[in-house]
Design a protein around this ligand. Structure first.
Ligand code: FES
Length: 64
């Protein structure tokens, strides 16, 4: 589904761009654009947090 209507970016595309991203601006930069209205910014921040949590969980499992 489209998460950012201003830039026509889907949630999956954000998830791919969020890997190893530190900020929302990083994610938009990887997609070659920047936020316009800002409505999607909290959702993009949540995707970054989820991606980071998933990576931390995978690292913890690999270390076991
Ligand atoms: S919906 Fe993403 S910047 Fe407007």
């Amino acid at each position: 589904m489209y998460l950012c209507l201003c830039n026509a970016i889907r949630d999956r595309e954000f998830a791919d761009a969020a890997k190893d991203a530190q900020t929302v601006a990083d994610v938009f930069k990887r997609r070659g654009c920047r936020p316009q209205c800002g409505k999607c910014v909290p959702d993009v921040a949540a995707i970054i947090d989820e991606t980071r949590a998933d990576a931390d969980g995978a690292t913890a499992i690999a270390a076991e």
